[in-house]
Design a binder for this molecule. Structure first.
Ligand SMILES: NC(=O)c1ccc[n+]([C@@H]2O[C@H](COP(=O)([O-])OP(=O)(O)OC[C@H]3O[C@@H](n4cnc5c(N)ncnc54)[C@H](O)[C@@H]3O)[C@@H](O)[C@H]2O)c1
Length: 270
């Protein structure tokens, strides 16, 4: 169902790799709601993934950019404004990667070069995106920026490894930049803390299948799907949430507020 919530709005969507990606679902729903946007990912991801299919469906142009490289971001913002015909109203930061997780390094034996990459790709990149947008004055007043995060920023999940620190840093950048961009230009910056979701990034975390089952049993409403995450993101991009900023918003079926659930107790035969 479409409500035309993003009619006339322009944006950039980072992180659509394949049809499981949360960013993919956001792009589909943003298109249905009347938005125009560019899609971006690394040159490698553009070759490996299936983003062309999405671009065709959404009538969107694809611009390659590594989110850690300032020149790529400068070019992305410049080109996006040219293609879309004006300043932007929304940005989705749906990017995360840990070489330590990918190479299965235990948390107590991390490679520190990898660690820096994790932080750069998964957290500092949000600062780079916002700083580039601000310097180019690329966002309209009341524009909305959404980044995706996970509850491992607040509580320990052993296999989430150095991504936990990356998410804590990401959420801090949401608050800090949200303050500065809000005061200067009325731009909103928020993060959505999403349930575990079966995507390429999600499934890379050790024990993911058991973990997603545990989260499902712990959440009174069940895990939130990628499509539901996209709907929440669209609400945050829309004018219906104009005064929401600098927030970390849990979108997890109640997981974050649950101590233990009957379904989990039953699993232990209690
Ligand atoms: N899947 C989950 O369980 C879950 C839960 C909570 C939060 N998240 C977050 O949601 C976001 C999207 O992940 P997803 O689950 O859709 O998985 P995904 O693998 O589909 O998306 C991750 C994206 O990051 C991109 N990326 C990696 N390095 C990059 C770089 N240097 N420059 C630009 N892009 C780069 C990848 O190409 C990919 O498109 C991530 O921030 C992730 O941490 C995921």
């Amino acid at each position: 169902m479409s409500y035309n919530l993003l009619k006339g709005k322009r944006g950039i969507i980072f992180g659509a790799l394949d049809e499981k990606s949360i960013a993919w679902k956001v792009a589909q729903q943003a298109h249905q709601e009347g938005a125009q946007f560019t899609l971006t990912n690394t040159a490698l991801a553009l070759r490996m993934g299936t983003i062309n299919q999405l671009a065709e469906e959404c009538n969107a142009k694809i611009i390659a950019a590594d989110v850690t490289v300032m020149e790529d971001l400068e070019n992305l913002f410049k080109e996006s404004q040219e293609i879309l015909g004006g300043k932007l109203d929304f940005i989705l930061h749906s990017v995360g990667m840990s070489p330590n997780v990918r190479k299965k390094r235990p948390y107590t034996d991390l490679n520190y070069e990898f660690y820096q990459k994790t932080l750069d790709i998964s957290a500092m990149s949000l600062h780079k995106v916002l700083q580039t947008a601000m310097k180019q004055d690329a966002l309209n007043e009341w524009a909305s920026v959404v980044a995706l995060t996970y509850i491992a920023a607040q509580r320990t999940f052993p296999d989430y490894s150095d991504m936990a620190e990356a998410k804590a840093m990401l959420e801090s950048i949401v608050r800090s930049f949200g303050y500065h961009y809000g005061s200067a230009k009325k731009v909103r910056v928020n993060s959505i803390s999403q349930s575990p979701t079966a995507t390429t990034a999600g499934s890379g975390v050790g024990g993911f299948d058991s973990f997603i089952d545990y989260a499902e049993r712990m959440s009174p409403l069940g895990n939130a799907s990628a499509e539901e995450c996209a709907s929440y993101t669209i609400a945050l991009f829309s004018d219906l949430t104009k005064k929401v900023t600098m927030q970390n918003l849990f979108h997890d079926g109640g997981f974050s507020s649950t101590g233990v659930s009957t379904l989990v107790m039953e699993k232990f035969g209690i």
